[in-house]
Ligand binder design. Sequence first.
Ligand code: NZQ
Ligand code: ZN
Length: 388
Amino acid sequence: MNNFNFHVPTSILFGEGQISHLPEALQTYGQNVLLVYGGGSIKKNGIYQKVMELLGTDFTVTELAGVEPNPRLETVIKGAELCRQENIGVILAVGGGSTIDCAKAIAAARYYDGNPWDFTQNRGLVGEAIPLVTILTMSATGSEMNGGAVITNLATNEKLGMGGQSLLPKVSILDPTYTYSVPAVQTAAGSADIFSHLIENYFSRNTSASVQDRIAEGIMKTVVNYTPIALATPTDYEARANLMWSSSLALNGLTGKGKEGTWSCHAIEHELSAFYDITHGIGLAIVTPRWMTHVLNEQTVGQFVEFAVNVFGISREGESFDIARQGIKALYDTFTSWGIPMTLPEVGIDDSKLRLMAEKAVEHSTIADAAFVPLSVDDVEAILKASF
Ligand code: NZQ
Ligand code: ZN
């Protein structure tokens, strides 16, 4: 296991009704609040009304509505400007990963004189940030408990990450009932994203971090178990609660620290989203089994056997490659059973930009050198071609 620092000071308020603590969570940081949210789901399911009722007249609230799925740079710039104008002391993000990511970028952009896109090129530029409180409404990214954010620049067809310790939410309120209204396709996409975060850490060059891997297997089994229940019965509290906590634990460092290697499927998926604005979790579900098949070889087969046996309960008896392929098929079938469209054409992607996206995936990441199995442009293109 590699050396690591693990310090995640986000205070998690988990469970039904925890929103009652919102005023005290905010007032530590001031009276002037920037409320950031997405396209309006929080008005339909009543969370917006509850937030406004709790904030009452004790806070001055400025709103930034309309954060896009795959949040845009323009929205970040607009939010930072609002923070300066209104002397904002704390940002309250209410929504999924896109809203929270946008709020993080705004929080840092407030104190930065240049274009916040610079944060994606040089992580050292993320310094002071406005304190952030989140109310999570969708189980997926883990943004509620990490310091990362992913922003899209549609003008250049780029979707890139940024991050820093100052962007870790101070408080995140996780009420599983707030995810009851998440549509089936987003529920499935969110679960695929959680699963992918675990996979990206699990398949690492470092095989000595057993505790991280056993935790990851447990969370993967939890996601496989509860996603169909949440899809069949969207108001099943136990299912929504387990998926919500899985979301946070899958990407707060718990299963990734002490391991090494650049994430492969996220580097590829971010190009699909950058060029075609598709849903992140759907892109990951399509790419992941194809990537697994592509990187299965004599060196990696042992890890794929562990995955197949420990996550999907496939028998250890038999030939290694056969067991490994059964595990990959089980994952593919799981995603299919959640109703996820499993080919690129089904999400509107044709073969005209596969080479370009493969080139960008390699250019924008370190997958060519530092991935679990290094991936060249040809490798990425082959994975994308196999996704038809
Ligand atoms: O915008 P609204 O109206 O709120 O609707 C959203 C949106 O249309 C809807 N939704 C969310 N909660 C809902 C709901 N609809 C009904 N009821 C609710 N309770 O769901 C749609 C998708 O929301 P979004 O926030 O885009 O989803 P997600 O949480 O999957 O976030 C995706 C973004 O996060 C990035 C992705 O790349 C993508 O841009 N990621 C962020 C990471 C991080 N910060 O650590 C890591 C991830 O790997 C990922 O890259
Ligand atoms: Zn993800």
